[in-house]
Design a binder for this molecule. Structure first.
Ligand SMILES: Nc1ncnc2c1ncn2[C@@H]1O[C@H](COP(=O)(O)OP(=O)(O)OP(=O)(O)O)[C@@H](O)[C@H]1O
Length: 237
């Protein structure tokens, strides 16, 4: 699917972000490798969203480095926790994103239709995106990002506001995208979801990366007291 050089691994070293004299993230070093989804876990305020935004380049770090293995412009995409959809139809949202990538109008139309059909979104394609349900909006936003054929897709709590049925639909979509070779890096509060999807886990607490390990090791035998407390529901902040 991806003819270009692989942009992975992503090497993150000593990453820090300070605002108003406060360290929001500090000393984060990690490698993101190809393979099953990397899931970012941690309590509220741990720095999960900031980490994703730094990796995607939406904000610049105060310290440290983020190095892709190959030129990565346009090779990674991100869906925000509350996706921003344009005031036009679902299909037009996808077509617009493809236009920004320079595809011809025929290519845009074909790719948009293919992706919408692929994810069972044809029935909502003609409806105004902004009046779709939360679950439909989230699926549309993920489809729009996927249409750009990213090598890496960052997702920030994609199911945080969704009911169980919509959550399942989004998870199925994520599973399909991952199996097709796009690396998913996602934050979630849903531990069941993390167990279902994660290849490895990055556990954040207080702006620090406390553990990065395989999902089976993390859920089977967390290495730190903080991760253990988090999994028991005892770590609030
Ligand atoms: N632009 C900003 N300026 C100052 N502080 C910020 C800014 N953005 C985030 N923060 C703070 O940084 C910390 C980490 O925020 P972040 O959104 O990454 O947490 P999170 O782990 O995603 O939390 P949640 O699970 O609640 O979404 C929080 O204390 C937040 O208030």
């Amino acid at each position: 699917m991806h003819g270009a050089l692989s942009i992975l691994p992503l090497r993150i070293r000593g990453l820090g972000l300070a605002r108003n004299g406060r360290d929001l993230l500090s000393g984060v070093s990690a490698d993101l490798l190809p393979g099953a989804p990397s899931v970012i876990l941690g309590p509220n305020g741990a720095g999960k969203s900031l980490f994703l935004k730094l990796c995607h380049g939406l904000i610049a770090p105060t310290s440290g480095t983020i190095e892709w293995s190959a030129p990565a412009a346009r090779a990674h995409a991100m869906v925000l926790q509350r996706p921003v959809l344009l005031r036009r139809s679902g299909r037009a949202n996808v077509v617009h994103a493809l236009a920004l990538q320079g595809l011809s109008s025929t290519e845009r139309a074909n790719r948009a239709d293919e992706v919408l059909e692929r994810f069972g979104l044809t029935s909502i394609a003609a409806r105004p995106a902004r009046v779709l349900s939360g679950g439909e909006q989230q699926r549309l936003a993920i489809a729009r990002a996927f249409a750009l054929a990213p090598q890496v897709l960052f997702l920030d709590e994609p199911t945080s506001a969704l009911d169980p049925g919509a959550t399942r639909a989004v998870e199925e979509m994520i599973g399909t995208i991952a199996r097709e070779g796009t690396k998913i890096v996602m934050a979630t509060h849903d531990l069941g979801q993390a167990r279902r999807l994660a290849g490895d886990v990055l556990f954040f607490h207080g702006g620090r990366l406390v553990e990065q390990t395989s999902a089976s090791a993390f859920f089977g035998k967390p290495q730190t007291d903080e991760a253990g407390a988090f999994l028991r529901g005892d770590l609030l902040w």
